[in-house]
Design a protein around this ligand. Structure first.
Ligand SMILES: C[S@@+](CC[C@H](N)C(=O)[O-])C[C@H]1O[C@@H](n2cnc3c(N)ncnc32)[C@H](O)[C@@H]1O
Length: 229
């Protein structure tokens, strides 16, 4: 179980439950979030390192999240969204509409952690009626920038949500495999700008960082109002 801060995993068929701790002091965590995930890597049913980094950021920035409306895109096992719900956000967890098993798992992890979140099918670049009523203050996306053929659909959805909810921000973590050229190009194309860029490891507590590898970046992205949106 890469990157999970787990006690003994509980095995059940091909799934496992990992426990992730949050707190300022690793000796005395404030709370745990339990996640049901598959034993083998599966896009929506596995806790990817980017979600561990984003969940930690949500915890550290918890004052921003308390009382805020939050939508997580491509949430999969949903660790960042669940942490947001735990610190008092009103959270909608979303994943591709055709992935019923991922949505079922989201409902199960909400129950397991006794958290109330909305669960919604939201495929990037598709305009179902439900997306028009979403007005998030914060949009989360962990490891949603991995398939370049889906980047435009993702950015179309992100831009729509940012426009639908003035003053909102998209916070994403991703593996920086090829530098920032493509992301910079996409932001310019969609009229967005990056207001914060962090090395994911710069804010991770050492006990969590030691289980992670790769070059994970965190970006906060907003509409570029200078462009007249
Ligand atoms: C690499 S996984 C990351 C999952 C989770 N955020 C994490 O970090 O553990 C990518 C996620 O995006 C979802 N996804 C992929 N293409 C999508 C699309 N076109 N619309 C919505 N979700 C999509 C997948 O189902 C999956 O849950």
């Amino acid at each position: 179980m890469e990157g999970s801060d787990s006690d003994e995993p509980v095995e059940h068929h091909m799934t496992t439950i990992s426990r992730h701790s949050f707190g300022d002091d690793s000796e005395e965590p404030k709370f745990f979030i339990s996640i049901i995930e598959n034993m083998k890597e599966d896009y929506g049913l596995f806790v990817w390192p980017c979600s561990i980094v984003l969940a930690e950021y949500v915890w550290q920035q918890r004052l921003r999240f308390s009382g805020a409306s939050v939508v997580e895109l491509g949430a999969g096992t949903s660790l960042p969204g669940l942490v947001a719900a735990k610190v008092g956000a009103d959270v909608t967890l979303t994943d591709a509409s055709d992935r019923a098993e991922v949505m079922d798992n989201m409902r199960r992890v909400c129950d397991l952690n006794e958290l109330k979140c909305n669960v919604l099918g939201l495929t990037w670049g598709v305009w179902d009626a439900s997306i028009f009523s979403l007005r998030p203050k914060i949009i989360l996306g962990a490891d949603v920038l991995y398939d370049t053929t889906a980047f435009d659909d993702l950015f179309a959805t992100v831009t729509f949500l940012l426009q639908n909810s003035p003053g909102s921000v998209f916070i994403t973590t991703y593996h920086n495999r090829s530098g920032h050229h493509l992301i910079r190009f996409l932001m310019a194309k969609w009229g967005l700008k990056c207001v914060k860029l962090l090395d994911g490891f710069s804010f991770m507590p050492s006990d969590k960082a030691s289980g992670l590898s790769g070059n994970i970046q965190l970006a906060e992205i907003v509409l570029d109002t200078a462009l007249g949106h």
